[in-house]
Write a protein that binds this ligand. Sequence first.
Ligand code: CMC
Length: 438
Amino acid sequence: MNVHERAPNCEPAAELTLERKLSRMPVRSGTLGPEVIEVGKLYRDTGCFTYDPGFTSTANCTSRITYIDGDEGVLLYRGYPIDQLAERSTFLEVCYLLLNGELPTTGQLDEFRGTINRHNMLHEQVTRFFTGFRRDAHPMAVMVGTVGALSAFYHDSTDINDPAQRAMASNRMIAKMPTIAAMAYKYSIGHPFIYPRNDLDFAANFMQMCFAIPCEPYKIDPILTRALDRIFILHADHEQNASTSTVRLAGSSGANPFACIASGIACLWGPAHGGANEAALNMLMEIGSVDRIPEYIKKAKDKSSGFRLMGFGHRVYKNYDPRAKVMQKTCHEVLNALGIKHDPVLEVAMELERIALQDEYFIDKKLYPNIDFYSGITLRALGFPMSMFTVLFAIARTVGWVAQWNEMIEDPEQRIGRPRQLYLGPAERNFVPMDQRS
Ligand code: CMC
């Protein structure tokens, strides 16, 4: 295949010749990142599909929301570096930025906060859903079911062709996810539900819904709520990851927004994606002490063991995940604020990171700690049980999902997602009657 440089008055294009059939494919550039070769006409021109399991070389859409440079370890939301946002903004500011493209003014932020606060309660009948689940249900199972069911309650925000209804559905989901998550938690421990409080910011309100009880006042610790707010910022969006692509694919058929976000939550649950924070903490606790680290490093390098270092490696980052750096700092801040001088799990994590980063296997494969490596330790210190870790990820990622879903709906180039395949099954054959089958 040849890629031609831009000639005067001519767009750059790649040419592929297959058995004398030529396909001329335009090459498009973005603001940052690799160019893309538009292969949409390849099948018409040559009769061939492209084959790219896992989409390692395939861009599925154009987007103006989030940019990742995996080699350099860069993550930008609407152009702003993640570390600056984590340090200097709040989660609601980041939500506004992701949804609208620009940071809000004070007035815009106040108005947005008011909108989110107005929608953070659940229809009272939804609260009865929870009693239909087993007490020991995983909260992610409860989230998938309850968020999907919101479309049965908020009929006035399911018309995807109406921008006002789309905005209403987006705000509802950002606002209601913490309430649903906290209720799932409260139900699992047999506590009464705690309703949202609009005098608190987003993260503080979520913590009080999870940890307050009706019989005594709940004390807000600003260091801890700020840490949780920062964790929400770090998880708010991440370009075309598996759950976001799932939301886009579900949305491409015209499905309603609540159903689309429920599909994103289902995808996020997997241990290779959002479930990795739970898996990483489980692994660190199983290792238990620094002297057992070499044994686990050995196991991670042995393909036949089926074991991987959870919280390590990333499809896109071939450098330190920039979110992991902020997460590590946040982890130390939280443990200091709580007066935890020695956390054996943190000690295992830091030593494991140190050893892995010097090991040839991890160096060669460019495997670095990802965001999930330190998030489990931090969330556990904040008081969340392990089963809630991925739920917290889902709360934060909801804004990314709805921003990407809205962008997709408004994109005139988007069509229903319909991948093709390389068929390896039997060729056509005649039906065999039962008495002739061997
Ligand atoms: N431990 C040991 N070996 C690993 C690991 C790991 N954590 N991750 C990748 N490898 C090896 C893998 O065996 C393969 O080796 P080889 O080339 O010899 O076959 C090579 O590195 C490339 O791995 P891959 O599975 O082809 O890479 P991928 O891009 O398909 O997978 C990943 C990315 C994140 C699923 C993978 O690194 C992984 O399973 N990590 C552990 C789970 C985890 O921490 N996930 C959280 C991701 S960040 C949060 C999020 O975005 O949701």
